[in-house]
Design a protein around this ligand. Structure first.
Ligand SMILES: [Zn+2]
Length: 155
């Protein structure tokens, strides 16, 4: 995983002049949508790891369900965010609803990115997806996410 995969919208102001997303913002959104299914999968690994405490001799009578709350929430946030923006596209373009899986939703959004980028809500979509990815990364890859944030806080 390379640092440039972690491009966020910190300080980007293209919407001050135009409701549409500028090309760099579209490209960043496209990369974020490409990355989200992978991070979604990594969150599942975090979950499975959390559910296997690894000390089965500890004598607790209840096999614990130490659900990793942040990972559960981050996964739900990814799914809900992608689904809600996919709904907007379905309504606006009268296209078929994609499967409600994260890879299918992300691929659908990438396919319709050009349409979404000039929609009045384009900036909200970009901000939502940026936020949900940023949060998911802090849960899935705490160390890398911290480093990347340090890198992305530039002038
Ligand atoms: Zn921009």
């Amino acid at each position: 995983m390379e640092v440039q995969d972690y491009e966020f919208r910190t300080g980007h102001l293209c919407v001050e002049t135009d409701p549409a997303l500028c090309l760099p913002c579209q490209e960043r959104l496209d990369r974020q949508l490409a990355l989200l299914p992978r991070v979604y999968g990594e969150l599942e690994v975090v979950l499975v790891a959390a559910q296997d405490p690894g000390d089965r001799l500890s004598g607790t009578d209840r096999p614990g369900i130490p659900l990793n709350g942040p990972a559960v929430e981050a996964r739900a946030a990814i799914r809900d965010t992608l689904a809600s923006w996919a709904d907007l596209i379905v309504e606006g373009r009268t296209v078929r609803l994609p499967l409600r899986t994260v890879p299918a939703l992300a691929a659908f959004l990438r396919r319709h990115l050009g349409w979404l980028a000039v929609h009045p809500a384009a900036d909200d979509a970009a901000t939502d997806i940026d936020t949900v990815l940023r949060h998911a990364l802090t849960v899935a890859r705490p160390q890398q996410a911290l480093m990347a944030m340090a890198v992305s806080v530039g002038p």
